[in-house]
Structures are given as structure tokens and as C-alpha cells.
Design a protein around this ligand. Structure first.
Ligand SMILES: [Zn+2]
Length: 436
């Protein structure tokens, strides 16, 4: 607080002379995002407004906030100001362990290297860690990232290490999974089932058991089983309302797709949505086909949540990042407000963290400023097929807990010749860094 009083001192003196103590008590804002179109579905905001931030929190959202009340102003004219995006399907348990795949191996990616440049302030790692190695994930990644990293614990105790480790039914323990979730409520928000290829339902049953015990949702990557398991039974019998079916537009060997051979969304899929099962994109390297998404969205079957399935194997193919994935749905006819809602308010509700994905006053100041580019753009699916579109999202600015962590074109920065030159007279301060 001290630095803010010092910063305001001249004004305080001035106000003192002018005998206006009421105004003098008004604290200055650290950052004002000015003139952007605020889309904040949770709070029903859809209009040009200013967003003021102080002490890492949203301080005020209103039309025409005086820029002189802020230490720093970001010009968001012509841009959309949205809550920090949430990716509910990513793989960020990066590491260099041998044979560790997405559980401490190099196929996962570093969260901060991908999040902010795409407007994301929260990444949910799904299934990288299991109950056994969650503490390693926490100390090596979660605690060291500026991105808010949350976890869906794998029902496999060793997590997503690939190969036989993920086929071991004896390492899928509902009680110990639930116990670990209760120990780390702030970071663990769900349970993941993935990659098991046997004919048994045990992984799903045990994950749901653990989910009931710990009161968290489960996310199911359902492909592929030999022989294939019934998609209808999964969606209507095994999953609870609030559980998540990811890779919704996939068509992979061993898994029944949601659109049938005649191009119709299967009736039981529609029924599952009615009973509250959540449908998530989980694009990845092999799980988004226009042959599924085009007929499904023409029939109105859009995703509840748009996620990436980001990892080293997916990020340089058809899936580029969250904004490219969201842009695909914009161009499939999903309104911008719905696309934003999917990855803010809805994503937060799905992981039962309703304080996230919104710009309520007093909440942590996580936001993104997005540009909707107009032109001709190409988008590639995971089968190598291309679609064109005329809209594409780009991230201009990302703020995490009140700090600018990404500014593509310097909209929150002053010209170089208007900022003071470096001052080497003071000793370097350890543990502090200048805001970007
Ligand atoms: Zn995945």
C-alpha cells in the first residue's frame, strides 16, 4: 500500500490545499482498460465500458472512468474485453522424466509459454498427475507458474505416463484419488479417465465413485476401446449431470462418434445434454473433425466448453491454440458472446470455481483484450481437412491478478521516449521485477 500512497502524494497535497478530502480518499487505480466492448456473460455485461483494476482486483466496471484516476491506461477501443479465458483441457505437467509422456515428460508443455499470449489465465491440466505424483506436479509446475494451473487428477495413480501404466486397473483407486483431492482442494477440480482400451467399465465407475466422494466432476476421454463400449450407456447411465464428455467431435477407432452415418446427432447425445452432461471440444491432435462438427453445429449442437487438448503433439497441427479453436466455432456460426461464455462463465461453472471467468468487482483481475480480425482465414481439422472463415480472434492484452502479462502491440505502454531512462544509482532489489 505504501508505494501507492507515495505515488498519490502530490495529489494528496494538492487536494489538501483545495480542501477536498473526500476526493483525496479515493485510491488511484493501477490499470484502466478503457473504451473496450466488455463481454462478461456471468454479470450480464455486453457494452462499451471501462474496467479499473487496483491491488490485483477488479475495482470498478463502468462507462467513462476518468483516466486520470489510473496509473496506467490500456486503450481497448475497437476491441473486446473479456474475463481471462479458461482452458479446461490442457497438458502442462511438463518435465524431463523418462517414459513420462504427459505426466512429467516433454510431451506436456510449460503453462506460461502458451497461456497469456492466447488470453488464458487459467489452464486445467487433465490427467497428467494421479494421486501418487500430484505433489510433484504441484511443486514443479503449479507453484512455479504465473498462470493459474488447476488439475483433474487421473484415476490412474501414476497419471498419464502412456503405455501399460495407463492400462493397469490395479492402479485405479477411487478412495485414494478422493483423498488426494480433499488434501488439495484449491488445485484439484476434477478426475480424468483416458486411454484405457480394455472392455471394462471399471475406470469410469471408479472415477465417478471418487467424484461422488470428493464432489468434483469427471472428464471422460472415451476412445477407443476394443471392442467399443456403448456411448449411450456412458452418457445416459454412467455419467452424472455435470460430468464432462471431451473430444466431442472426434471420430476415432474404437469409439462411436456423436454424429451417425446419416449425418444426424444421435438422439441419446441430445438426451445426455438435456440431463446435464457437459460436451467439451478437446481438439488436440486427433479429436476435432469438421465431418462431425459441421453437421452437429448445423443441427444446433455447439460445445458447452471449447478446449484445446494442448500438448507438444497437438499444438503445431490443426490445433494452434485456444483462440484458433474458438475461431473455428465463430466461423461455424456460434455467436461471439456464446464463444466467450463457453470459455469463461461456463468453464468456471463446470469446474465449480464460479469466482473465475467473470469480471465482478472485488474478484481477482484476470482479463483478456481480444481483437476480432476480419479477412479470409483457413482452419485445419485433426484429419487434415480445411475450412475457411472470415473471422479470427487475436489476443492484444492479458492481465493476470492485475498485472499485464501480455501486450501484443503495446496498448498499455507509453512511447519509449516518454519513459525515464534506466536508473542504476539505486541498488538492485532482489525478488522484485518491473511490471511488463
Ligand atoms: Zn488430452
Amino acid at each position: 500500500m505504501t508505494h501507492r500512497i507515495l505515488r498519490w502524494l502530490p495529489a494528496l497535497c494538492l487536494f489538501g490545499l483545495m480542501a477536498q478530502p473526500a476526493v483525496a480518499q479515493q485510491p488511484p487505480y493501477d490499470l484502466l482498460v478503457k473504451g473496450g466492448h466488455v463481454l462478461d456473460p456471468k454479470n450480464g455485461r455486453d457494452a462499451v465500458m471501462d474496467v479499473a483494476i487496483a491491488d490485483g482486483k477488479i475495482a470498478e466496471v463502468a462507462a467513462n472512468i476518468d483516466p486520470s484516476r489510473a496509473a496506467r491506461v490500456a486503450d481497448a477501443k475497437g476491441l473486446y474485453v473479456v474475463p481471462g479465458l479458461i482452458d479446461i483441457h490442457s497438458h502442462v505437467f511438463y518435465g524431463t522424466d523418462d517414459n513420462a509422456y504427459l505426466s512429467g515428460g516433454p510431451t506436456a508443455v510449460q503453462p506460461d509459454a502458451h497461456s497469456f499470449r492466447s488470453g488464458q489465465t487459467t489452464l486445467v491440466d487433465v490427467g497428467g498427475a494421479g494421486w501418487r505424483n500430484f505433489p510433484q506436479f504441484k511443486s514443479e509446475i503449479i507453484d512455479r507458474s504465473r498462470t493459474r494451473v488447476l488439475s483433474f487428477l487421473n484415476i490412474v495413480g501414476h497419471g498419464m505416463k502412456g503405455g501399460p501404466v495407463e492400462q493397469d486397473l490395479s492402479d485405479m483407486d477411487a478412495k485414494l484419488t478422493a483423498m488426494r483431492i480433499r488434501q488439495y482442494r484449491d488445485q484439484i477440480v476434477g478426475i480424468k479417465v483416458a486411454h484405457y482400451s480394455g472392455p471394462e467399465w471399471d475406470p469410469v465407475v471408479r472415477a465417478v465413485d471418487a467424484g461422488k466422494e470428493a464432489d468434483v466432476p469427471v472428464m471422460i476421454d472415451f476412445g477407443g476401446h476394443t471392442p467399443p463400449l456403448s456411448l449411450e450407456d456412458l452418457l445416459l447411465k454412467y455419467l452424472r449431470p455435470g460430468d464432462i464428455f471431451t473430444h466431442m467431435y472426434a471420430h476415432v477407432r474404437g469409439r462411436i462418434p456423436i454424429v451417425d452415418e446419416n449425418g444426424n446427432v444421435r438422439p441419446y447425445v441430445l438426451e445426455a445434454r438435456k440431463r446435464g452432461v457437459i460436451f467439451d471440444v478437446g481438439h488436440g491432435g486427433g479429436s476435432f473433425l469438421y465431418r462431425q462438427a459441421v453437421p452437429a453445429t448445423k443441427q444446433g449442437f455447439f460445445p458447452d466448453v471449447i478446449s484445446t487438448d494442448l500438448h507438444a503433439g497437438s499444438m503445431n497441427g490443426g490445433m494452434k491454440d485456444i483462440l484458433d479453436t474458438m475461431s473455428k466455432f465463430l466461423n461455424l456460426g456460434m455467436p461471439l458472446a456464446d464463444v466467450i461464455k463457453a470459455n469463461t462463465a461456463t468453464a468456471a461453472a463446470v469446474i465449480k470455481r464460479p469466482e473465475l471467468g467473470q469480471l465482478g468487482v472485488g474478484g481477482e483481475a484476470d482479463l483478456a483484450v481480444l481483437r476480432v480480425q476480419r479477412g479470409t482465414f483457413g482452419f485445419i481439422d485433426s484429419g487434415g481437412g480445411k475450412a475457411t472463415g472470415d473471422q479470427k480472434l487475436e489476443c492484444e492484452l492479458t492481465v493476470r491478478a492485475g498485472r499485464v502479462v501480455w501486450d501484443l502491440n503495446g496498448i498499455s505502454h507509453k512511447p519509449w521516449n516518454e519513459i525515464p531512462p534506466p536508473d542504476f544509482s539505486a541498488p538492485p532489489r532482489r525478488g522484485t521485477r518491473t511490471q511488463q
